[in-house]
Design a protein around this ligand. Structure first.
Ligand code: CDT
Length: 312
């Protein structure tokens, strides 16, 4: 019997700043039900799936900023999603802004949780690669202030056994970094879940705006192929508070091929039945890490952060 897992990507359209958490959760529940009706056992929601993408704004009032954060998960507004998922017997990945108190100090992370089919949180990931900038950029139509609002994740890239698969998580900009996938690949990952909010035009690289969709898929397809795993990439998409967010949610097979892709910029479910045994093809051959990796030549990857020119 081949090991299979039907996963859904639950792309959302834009979330307005004044849309209540309860209203957003109702949208997520509708997507969850549709995914379940399509046979999904695991549903992937976007990064920061409960609010508008607030890092586009320079905000100074801490209470106003903290209104975008969750102090508990599930909390009163999100509990109905957990209850409905448990009732249906479906797991999910949910991205949100997390506010925790450690020793009386408030810490803020761009976080996602993995919830099992009984509605229990079984995994947590905090975004490691925070893109954008910390200071106000006066010449830009909008900002990308993740470095101001969040601190880098402190949980690494754990892979856990869940849904009969080896499952890892990352968030948005993480998907562009080969290190993200390789650290999970070294834990034998079979399924990487990633939610994203990708503003186009980009604050950082307007020169590449026409390639935004290409780079999105290129990153996830390369990560899947080079680490012999499935990748489920799920967008918050569409025109949100005057800023466009890239759509293109997709499910990528270990061959690097896209096997499901969203066709709209709104709330949309995509589905694929992942034959997890397919991961073994390249794990045993081209990308058999134990047989072929040469770690004695990879030291710079962890010794050095930024690039330096060669000597001479
Ligand atoms: N949310 C997020 O990480 N978005 C980034 C945009 C980078 S441009 C500052 C992304 O990689 O899609």
């Amino acid at each position: 019997m081949p090991r299979t897992l039907t996963v859904a990507g639950a792309q959302t359209g834009p979330i307005a700043r004044d849309e209540s958490r309860a209203a957003v959760v109702r949208r997520l529940i509708a997507l969850l039900r549709e995914a379940h009706a399509g046979g999904a056992r695991l549903v992937v929601f976007p990064e920061l799936a409960l609010t508008t993408f607030f890092p586009r704004w320079w905000l100074e009032d801490q209470a106003e900023i903290d209104a975008f954060f969750e102090r508990e998960m599930p909390g009163p507004d999100t509990r109905p999603l957990f209850e409905e998922a448990a009732r249906l017997g479906v797991g999910f990945y949910l991205g949100y802004a997390e506010l925790v108190e450690h020793g009386g100090i408030a810490r803020r992370f761009n976080t996602t949780v993995l919830v099992d089919a009984a509605g229990r949180i079984i995994g947590r990931y905090r975004k490691v690669h925070l893109p954008g900038h910390r200071d106000f950029l006066p010449d830009r139509p909008y900002q990308h202030l993740e470095k101001k609002y969040f601190e880098p994740g402190d949980l690494g890239f754990p892979v856990r056994r869940a849904f009969d698969a080896n499952v890892g998580m990352c968030i948005c900009n993480d998907r562009r970094w080969p290190e993200t996938y390789r650290v999970m690949g070294l834990q034998d990952v079979e399924l990487v879940l990633v939610g994203y909010n990708t503003p186009v035009p980009s604050v950082m690289t307007p020169q590449y705006d026409h390639l935004a969709a290409f780079h999105n898929h290129l990153s996830m397809q390369a990560g899947a192929y080079q680490n012999s795993c499935f990748v489920v990439g799920v967008a918050k998409a569409g025109r949100e508070e005057g800023s466009d967010l890239l759509a293109g949610s997709c499910i990528v097979a270990p061959s690097g091929e896209i096997i499901a892709q969203a066709s709209t910029e709104g709330d949309e479910v995509i589905l694929a039945t992942c034959r997890l045994d397919l991961c073994a093809i390249n794990k045993r051959t081209t990308f058999n890490f134990a047989a072929h990796r040469r770690t004695e030549h990879y030291g710079l990857i962890t010794e050095r952060t930024g690039a330096l020119p060669p000597p001479g």
